[in-house]
Design a protein around this ligand. Sequence first.
Ligand SMILES: CC(=O)N[C@@H](CCC[C@H](N)C(=O)O)C(=O)O
Length: 372
Amino acid sequence: MTNLLDIRRELHQIPELGFKEFKTHAFLMQQIQSFPQERLTVTTWETGIVVKVEGLDPSKTIGWRTDIDGLPIEEETGVAFASMHDGQMHACGHDIHMTVALGLLQRLAEDPIDDHVVFLFQPAEEGPGGALPMREWLKAEHPELLPDQIFAFHIAPEYPVGTIATRPGILFANTGEFNIDLIGTEGHAAYPHKSRDMSVAASTLLLQLQTIVSRSVNPLDSAVVTVGKLTSGTAENIISGHARMEGTIRTFNADTMAAVKERIEAIGKGIELSFDCEVRVTYGSSYYQVVNDLDLTTKFIQFAQEQSAANVIVCDPAMTGEDFGFFLQEIPGFLFWAGVDSPYGLHHAKMNPDEGVIDFMVPFVESYFRSI
Ligand SMILES: CC(=O)N[C@@H](CCC[C@H](N)C(=O)O)C(=O)O
């Protein structure tokens, strides 16, 4: 295998969106095929890959999951190995996640542990979600590849390399994507009274959506409503007849998610009356919350505290989402953060993780696997 730094940089150059990770898939396969094959079984699903390393004296199957997709962001890091795909970037660290998984896989292929280890290279974490269909495919077609325990990590820009942060119980939120189309009447900029302007309607709607969390959610509960994308109109002298919002809802319980959706729809009805237009609310994928197994996570925290290279933080839950929650819904395990020390956060065009995390993580996780 090529060295891990080069691998990360090659992966960084070829970010691809969910279920379109074709080059990534080919690159991963090439690396996996360069490992000793005696104890490996390689199976593919969509653009994903599942690799089983046969254990020496197995009593269980351990799962390690990495996501493999990128984001629709134009990279601005200025690094020499920047994305070669216009408008796409590994701004959420999945290139690092994949590299750590490959490093671990190589070590275990060369020097297996007693238990079986299954590596899940999962597509489409950022959307529309690969974990749920991958889990269902495993159950239906390959139950022998289903792990008894499953683990994953996510890079954390706010911590230095060596920091491990997690908590028993809920770590990440439920997520729900939503889209809102506002349909009015296009017209000449000079004749506003003959049109129904969706830029003004969308601006009003955007501000009214801000009242959901501040006025409708119990202050002791938590929720986020973010409109990440807002488009409207075609030219400076044409009144916009169509605006569109794309957003995401985050909550820590299903009732709050349902209540937020109800409020979005009710506010949309109000906008229809106010602006004499049509407001269509539709929903995209939603992810189940990430709930870490209490016992396994507590023991993992103890393990990490005993490693001199690691600094362990028992952190608060975050409003991030992760479709890894669908694996944890049925298989005990946990997700943890690993520090990468970047002044720019996840999903930022300048997010540039400290690659030192790779050399820290591979032996750290290998030791953990050998300890359980
Ligand atoms: C770790 C992370 O950043 N995950 C994403 C998951 C996105 C879920 C979905 N596409 C949505 O936007 O609701 C996140 O944005 O938290």
